[in-house]
Design a protein around this ligand. Structure first.
Ligand code: C2E
Ligand code: CA
Ligand code: CA
Length: 641
């Protein structure tokens, strides 16, 4: 038979003899055996069944399909196990009676479960009990947990989260299987959850100070408003602004500025209750929500905050003095929406700042109208220089003893096409606040110098300088350029500065002043006596002239007592000036009586309506012509309009 089979190619490379030999070797009498044979790419199974009296019954069967199917199944199992155990998710399959069908390694490691305990067939309740013993569930019992589990499954809730004893957060997703039972996927989402929380935190907090940001502040404000409106206690919104922060940031650098902001937020935080919200709105702007509260409590709080901010901060070895301005709005009195309240608090802050820094103000209804008016004025001021709306007037200054003309003070005038003549007291502070004083001040200086070149050599020109101009780019270079452009001798220029220039006590300001004086320019201390420390500033810089403020002069012949005091002060300043060889000029002299007293006190020069009102350039020239040799007291310049 084998020979025949060989001719059909059934034996592969074997001969019939080889086969018979092998069969003989492989078969033991009385013992069944089976072989697999590959014939023409098919698998045959030959089973040898012993017969009772020796010999075998051989059964040949084509098992190709079965074998392939079994192999495919094994492969499938291998793949499934590999996939199951390499999943990032923990997976457990339960039948409809909640007994475990299969689970993967990740499922076990996720909860630290023992593979000895958690085997197919184990009831879910027993897994939970095992898991609890490992400390995975805090404070619950297994039945409650399983009941909750079952409830979720029945309710068709497909995602839930559970927090483990060690703080990890597991996301559990259920899926119902076609034939009953469930696949449950477990995933450790702790990191994702933290990242989400971090993102949510970042969306609501300022990165630098970690304080709530504007968005969160508005949310809290909305909550507070709801309560205040529902008849609760009032709520206060405070807008805070650091004084001089920009200057500090510019001069000491942003890292110092950042540290200062953090230190400030810490210090402010200490003044607050845990229920108050402090937020950083951006830059050096902070806001505080106090609810519930009462106006007097807010007032006390604001006062305390302003005071604690006066103590200097020490940052990177710099001692930094700043200050706090606060604007306060109350809800529901000042507004019933977040926007309204912020606007009111902002207006009050604006007011607090304009009235001198380091103070607080409550919102008052007419603030908005005034601020609107200021905004409009600012818009006009921005284009005034370009539109040629400025001009200068000149007010004579004369020697007190003989009224010989010594010079003119240049005073700025703004004639607006609609507003008419706007007083400097209205627009100069605005120009200073907006920085417009830099180009405007430069224009004044150049214009004044140019005009002075038309005058005799002996006549000086006085120009007012704003403190802000000392903070701009090199002032000395600008002044030198203005003089050079028209060829005016530096000795003919006087610069009037107020004590506000010296208040900042900046090294750079002193250097600038000395540089200017080294050019031959005369430096005048303006408005002497208005501030607090005029006298002490006289020690810090060699002024060429002191101008006694007109408020001292105005009272000279009115109330007797005060007039005596003022006369004494004027005399003291004049004496001091004389001994330091500093000229003294009294401004605002309006009456012959005032002039007489001033002369008596020993002032060297006078300026005021008595001599002349400030006048236009052409009138100033006429004044020079008419009064080079002095004028008599009480004589008014008849040519003045
Ligand atoms: P100031 O420097 O004290 O200027 C003197 C002010 O007193 C001037 O007011 C002048 O018109 C006024 N005045 C002069 N004589 C008399 C008098 O006999 N009686 C009275 N009651 N007043 C008199 P003005 O021109 O309105 O200027 C006000 C302030 O504006 C000035 O005060 C000065 O601080 C500022 N200012 C004016 N022009 C400029 C400027 O070009 N630059 C800067 N930075 N400030 C200026
Ligand atoms: Ca002046
Ligand atoms: Ca003055």
């Amino acid at each position: 038979i084998l020979d025949h089979g060989m001719t059909r190619g059934n034996l592969g490379g074997d001969t019939a003899e080889d086969r018979v030999a092998r069969l003989r070797a492989g078969l033991t009498p009385g013992v069944p055996a089976s072989y697999r044979r590959f014939v023409h790419n098919r698998i045959f199974k030959a089973s040898y069944e012993p017969m009772p009296h020796g010999g075998w019954v051989a059964i040949h069967e084509d098992v190709t399909e079965q074998e392939h199917a079994a192999e495919a199944m094994r492969e499938q199992h291998r793949r499934f196990d590999a996939a199951l155990n390499n999943m990032a998710h923990g997976l457990a399959m339960f039948d409809s009676a909640l007994n475990l069908l299969v689970c993967n390694r990740r499922y076990l490691t996720l909860y630290g479960l023992s593979p000895e305990v958690v085997k197919p067939g184990i009831a879910m309740r027993d897994i939970v009990a095992h898991s609890m013993a490992l400390g995975n569930y805090a404070g619950l019992d297994a039945d409650t947990i399983v009941a909750g589990y079952v409830r979720q499954l029945e309710a068709g809730e497909y995602v839930s989260y559970r927090q483990l004893g060690d703080g990890r957060i597991i996301e559990v997703v259920y899926e119902t299987m076609a034939h009953g039972g469930w696949v449950v996927m477990h995933e450790d989402v702790t990191l994702r959850h933290r990242a989400e929380q971090r993102i949510a935190h970042m969306a609501h907090h300022d990165a630098l100070t970690n304080l709530p940001n504007r968005a969160l502040f508005r949310d809290r404000m909305a909550e507070g408003l709801t309560q205040a409106m529902a008849g609760g206690e009032p709520m206060a919104v405070l807008c805070l602004d650091l004084d001089r922060f920009k200057l500090i940031n510019d001069t000491l650098g942003h890292p110092v500025g950042d540290k200062l902001l953090r230190a400030v937020s810490d210090r402010l935080g200490e003044a607050l209750r845990p229920t108050d919200t402090i937020a950083r709105l951006g830059g050096d702007e902070f806001a505080i929500l106090v609810a519930p509260t009462r106006p007097h409590a807010v007032e006390a709080l604001a006062d305390r905050m302003v005071r604690i901010m006066t103590a200097p901060f020490v940052i990177d070895g710099h001692e930094i003095s700043t200050g706090l301005s606060i604007g306060i709005a109350m809800a529901p009195a000042d507004g019933t929406t977040a926007d309204q309240l912020m606007k009111c608090a902002d207006l009050a802050l604006y007011k607090a700042k304009s009235e001198g820094r380091g103070s607080f103000r409550f919102f008052e209804p007419d603030m908005s109208a005034r601020v609107e008016a200021r905004r409009a004025l600012e818009l006009d001021l921005r284009q005034a220089l370009g539109a040629g709306e400025f001009h200068l007037v000149f007010q004579p200054q004369v020697r007190a003893e003989n009224q010989v003309l010594t010079g003119f003070e240049a005073l700025l005038r703004w004639s607006h096409p609609r507003r008419g003549l706007v007083p400097p007291a209205q627009f100069i502070p605005l120009a200073e606040e907006t920085g417009l004083i830099l180009p405007i001040g430069e224009w004044v200086l150049r214009e004044a110098c140019r005009e002075a070149t038309r005058w005799p050599e002996a006549i000086r020109i006085s120009v007012n300088l704003s403190p802000v101009q000392f903070r701009g780019r090199s002032l000395t270079a600008m002044v030198r350029s203005a003089l050079g452009a028209v060829g005016l001798a530096p000795g003919r220029l006087e610069l009037e500065i107020t004590e506000a220039v010296l208040l900042s006590n900046e090294e750079a300001t002193m250097v600038e002043l000395h540089d200017l004086r080294a050019l031959g320019i005369r430096i005048v201390m303006d408005d002497f006596g208005v501030g607090y420390s005029s006298l002490s500033y006289l020690r810090s810089f060699p002024f060429d002239k002191i101008k006694i403020d007109r408020s001292f002069i105005a009272d000279l012949d009115v109330s007797r007592d005060k007039s005596k005091d003022n006369a004494a002060i004027i005399r003291a300043v004049a004496d001091l000036g004389a001994s330091l060889t500093i000229d003294t000029i009294a401004e605002g002299v309006e009456t012959p009586e005032q002039l007489a007293i001033i002369r008596h006190c020993g002032c060297t020069e006078v300026q005021g309506y008595l001599i002349s009102h400030p006048c236009l350039a052409e009138a100033a020239l006429a004044f020079i012509r008419d009064h080079r040799d002095g004028i008599r007291p009480g004589e008014r310049a008849a040519h003045l309009a």
